[in-house]
Design a protein. Sequence first.
Length: 276
Amino acid sequence: MTATKFSDIAHTVVLVGAGKMGGAMLESWIGLGLDPKHVAVIEPQPADAVRVLAARGLRLNPPMDKIGDASAILIAVKPQVAAEAVPPLAKLAGSSTLVVSIMAGKTLAFLERALPQAAIVRAMPNTPAAIGRGITVAVANARVSVSQRNLAHRLLAATGSVEWVDDESLMDAVTAISGSGPAYVFLLAESLTRAGIAAGLPAELAAKLARETIAGSGELLHRSPLDPATLRQNVTSPGGTTAAALEVLMAAADGLDPLLAKAIAAAAKRSRELAG
């Protein structure tokens, strides 16, 4: 299912938290035809873009009892403030309301305790959502109907691909791989830049080579029908320069695989800790 127009959504969509991720989703919804008058945003420090939408009819920080019927509530606050931000939403979250949470680590059980009547979807997007190239993984509780799942999919697909799982325990690994994954790629760009400088390149050239190589390789991976291993092999000539570098990066004891496995385990552990 791909992103579809939102002009048919009649009731209010409530966005709780309009930071980077929430703001990216809001921008995509409006771009897909959601009338700003059908949006209520709860955000103590709204960005200028949100204030501009308020001038077009978006309701910014309205009283809870003035919001009215909500088609969906999307919670995009930091998990550290969830205990404070989520319980007041019970006034809005009735048995016919869809609640979508993108808070890292916060489980369906946590959300169900605070919002006992709601149909709830827990989702984990990532930051490429800002350019419509994100990927989100979602899991639903037992109250979510087929139509509500479709609505959740539409809201999440506005910023990229969406995958669904039935086992919520997978969400910690999802968070570690795709939720945190963009930071690993950006770190690779930083590391390549530093390595280029150490090899004698001017800093500006090293940074450009690292950025364009990663961006171009990512786009090739996106467009190519070939799997990553085949693409890697296509770059690697036996006994050549790439092979020499990969011998280091693919070392069984201290290469990239064991290092990333350790990093992912640490991120997944932290995701479980955030559940409280």
